[in-house]
Design a protein around this ligand. Structure first.
Ligand code: PEP
Length: 249
């Protein structure tokens, strides 16, 4: 396990409206989150302000993405400095939906990580293989390529969290087995030990993401190298998400 606190992220994706978010926030605020767990909720950009104002500590907020560099003539984008300016402390980068649907490759994700860190944001950087890559034996090469592009852009790992999210498990209801997840998490920690250093590997949080819910979270959280979760679907249900935040206790 990482020596840092267990971390649970809620990725709300492109879901919700003002009314449903009022209810979700109320459910989260009424839940008990242990003090040794860090929780970060990521609403869509336009609701960040509403959620930041309404969510009580210990919940923190994250954006789901940001632009690769300084703001300017980039229609439709939101820059890292804008997030900082609005008091948003975290950003999720390299989510597989953005890699697959918006054409973000590993080099681009790496640059985003560098710029967001430079602006003082904490980053949840996502990696993960497709089913085809897993079945053809390319999984570790793919993960290494994605991790490499992130690592090249990080000098201080303190504000960085890695989320391992196998694409075949995201939003499918097909969760990785605890053994499958542990195998990859152990591989990633070893990779970080060798390529970056043992100190970083000991404190780095490696989250698992992909169909985590309140029924499967306890067994996953029991795995040696799982240091938290990135949760999509179940993060939209307050009670289930709070249970996931309690998976370790
Ligand atoms: C995600 O998109 O980060 C995710 C893990 O989604 P889900 O929990 O719905 O599989």
């Amino acid at each position: 396990k990482s020596t840092a606190r267990f971390l649970v992220g809620g990725n709300w994706k492109c879901n919700g409206d003002r009314e449903s978010i009022v209810r979700l926030v109320a459910d989260l605020n009424s839940g008990d989150v242990p003090s040794d767990v860090e929780v970060v909720c990521a609403p869509p950009f336009v609701y960040l302000d509403q959620v930041s104002k309404a969510l009580m500590p210990p919940y923190q907020v994250a954006a789901q993405n940001c632009w690769v560099g300084k703001g300017g003539a980039f229609t439709g984008e939101v820059s890292a400095e804008m997030l900082s300016d609005c008091g948003v402390g975290w950003v999720i980068l390299g989510h597989s939906e953005r890699r697959a649907l918006c054409g973000e490759d590993s080099q681009f994700v790496g640059k985003k990580v560098a710029y967001a860190l430079e602006q003082g944001l904490r980053v949840i950087a996502c990696i993960g293989e497709t089913l085809e890559q897993r079945e053809s034996g390319e999984m570790f090469n793919v993960l290494e390529e994605q991790m490499g592009a992130i690592a090249e852009n990080v000098s201080d790992w303190g504000p960085v969290v890695i989320a391992y999210e196998p694409v075949w498990a995201i939003g499918t209801g097909v969760v990785a087995t605890p053994d499958q997840a542990q195998e990859v998490h152990a591989y990633l920690r070893k990779w970080v030990t060798e390529k970056v250093g043992a100190g970083v590997a000991d404190s780095l949080r490696i989250l698992y993401g992909g169909s985590v819910n309140d029924a499967n979270c306890v067994e996953l959280a029991g795995q040696e190298d799982i240091d938290g979760f990135l949760v999509g679907g179940a993060s939209l249900k307050g009670a289930a998400f709070v249970k996931i935040c309690n998976a370790q206790s």
